[in-house]
Ligand binder design. Structure first.
Ligand code: PGA
Length: 249
């Protein structure tokens, strides 16, 4: 059975004080987490080290991005080696905000996935179509293309990846994919992975992201190919995030 994951993507939100309060309040409720759920939060790079040093066994701390080069003259970038050296274990790669606002290409994202894996960390690999793609019926093609970034991995590398399906039209819009739309796409994603990696695809966690909230989490997470959620806005509120974790358990 695949263990569910609820991951909070805090994006560019929160001062040190606000983020620490949020982290501590989630962590202090960890005795209520079900054994069937892994909980992660992804704060700003700036706070990763201090949160990791808190040594929580129940809340994994993930980075939101990494550079697609190992080192060198790349002002403002953060390398996988830097993340690894402070104890980061998981890195979100290919979030649609990175693709759309910062112009990250499928090739850039493939490089990042490979670098994260080479550093023995786990990529949370994000894919998702835009509204026009869905309206024109191209959403499966778009997803298939984006998935190229994880179809050249060795079996061992593949085993550690986590996929997040996040339809762009549902991110931060309050509009959520219906549980049926989510299941349909998750099933498609798993089928593509199965074609390449066979039975290993049965173990891959595929998270849904896009306006997950306490009121819809349960229905979405109950679909057979949905293995939890990547949560943005609702992850900034302790009660909402805890309710979503509970819905996954
Ligand atoms: P949202 O963001 O939950 O605010 O829609 C999800 C994400 O971008 O990961």
């Amino acid at each position: 059975m695949r263990k569910k994951i609820v991951a909070g993507n805090w994006k560019m939100n929160g001062t040190l004080e606000e983020s620490t309060t949020l982290f501590d309040s989630i962590n202090s409720n960890s005795d209520k987490f079900s054994d069937n759920v892994e909980v992660m939060v992804s704060p700003s790079f700036l706070y990763l080290e201090s949160f990791i040093n808190k040594g929580s066994k129940s809340v994994v701390v993930a980075a939101q991005n990494c550079a697609n080069n190992l080192s060198g003259a790349f002002t403002g970038e953060i390398s996988v080696g830097m993340l690894k050296s402070i104890g980061v274990s998981h890195v979100i790669v290919g979030h649609s905000e990175r693709r759309l606002i910062y112009g990250e290409s499928i090739e850039d994202i493939s490089q990042k996935v490979a670098l994260v894996l080479q550093s023995d960390m786990t990529p949370i690999f994000c894919i998702g179509e835009e509204l026009e793609d869905r309206k024109s019926g191209n959403h499966f093609d778009v997803i298939e293309k984006q998935m190229q970034s994880v179809l050249d991995l060795s079996e061992k590398q593949f085993e550690s990846i986590i996929v997040a399906y996040e339809p762009v039209w549902a991110i931060g819009t309050g509009e959520t994919a219906s549980p049926e739309q989510a299941q349909e796409m998750h099933e498609f994603i798993r089928e593509q992975l199965r074609k390449k990696y066979g039975v290993l695809a049965e173990n891959t966690r595929i998270l849904y992201g896009g306006s997950v909230k306490p009121s819809n989490a349960n229905q979405i997470f109950s679909k057979p190919d949905v293995d939890g959620g990547l949560v943005g806005g609702a992850a900034l509120n302790t009660d909402d995030f805890l309710a979503i974790i509970e819905a996954a358990g």
